[in-house]
Ligand binder design. Sequence first.
Ligand code: ATP
Length: 355
Amino acid sequence: QPLVKKTTSIPIALYGGRNAVTMLPGGGIGPELMVYVKEIFKYSGAPVDFELIEIDPKSDESNDLEYAITSIKRNGVAIKGNIETKSESTIVQSRNVAIRNELDLYVNVLHCHSYPHVKARQSNIDILIIRQNTEGEYAMLEHESVSGVVESMKVVTKSNSERVCRFAFEFARKNNRKKVTTIHKANIMKLSDGLFLETSRTVAKEYPEIEHNDMIIDNCCMQLVSNPHQFDVMIMTNLYGTIVSNVVCGLVGGAGLLSGRNYGDHYAIFEPGTRNTGTAIAGKNIANPIAMINASIDMLDHLGHKQHSRIISEAVRKTVCKDKLHTPDLGGTATSTEVVQRIIDHILQADLRAW
Ligand code: ATP
């Protein structure tokens, strides 16, 4: 018998029963939202210590990005706001993309669901968007071949398509979802989107109990607005993923509500679903804190702190759906701090024995 069991997974950092998690506030409203997360964790007693790393959006040369990646590799898990790239240089690439690529976070999961009593364009939405997260149009391979002619490469690989599709079907099976829809533009991009579509059809054959269909991205956008209830689980390449995520978030209440999860085989990053910076509303005490708090709940779930995640999630539900305490983006008049304070009040009132 070998002394050490062979495993491909890297253990998540745990010191004295507490998890270490990398915190990347990013720009705009990111830093204030992180303060709220820390307060809520303090009052709920969540056993997490944050390693704060700030990335200078203007610097081309700083080592911040390297520190951030090293920290996530050490801790295994991060919570993140959107990191701006303010450099004028076209050589400096998006740090958000660089982090996802370096950590091979090949899948993004966004659970788009309606909140009762939140005014929205559509109600009873329950859609899972599963998006390829590291290639496609985000390959960051652009060049000006001759003056006035720019080429940008969209990269689709069979191996990455296959693991995203498999993730989606496994997710559907585990969560008793009935249908998976592949979103594509294979009628025009016959090779790249054709490969993604073909791979999804091949993987679908291994899951006969789950219905599989496909839809062209333009029709998908129209259907999402007019008849979104036909969708259950959706899989797509990177750029379609960001567009569709924003459309569906818009349908259920906007950028301030939902969280998104980025997974690879070894690391995970949790963040607001639509990855906005919100520079124009920063420092005004009006940003909706719910999306980032939901990201922190996802993170606690991932770390196995189910009790803490349930207590916070119930406090959020009571605040948003029962008390109907909403920030201006949801048509309310509450400030960010009033919403956070109410969540903390509910946490303090929770009967811990009931969990
Ligand atoms: P900027 O980042 O300079 O505000 P932008 O138009 O690119 O400009 P995004 O950060 O992409 O804005 O956000 C899109 C929209 O969603 C903006 O109107 C922003 O104010 C809003 N938004 C984003 N996050 C939140 C939030 N947590 N609460 C309320 N509104 C938000």
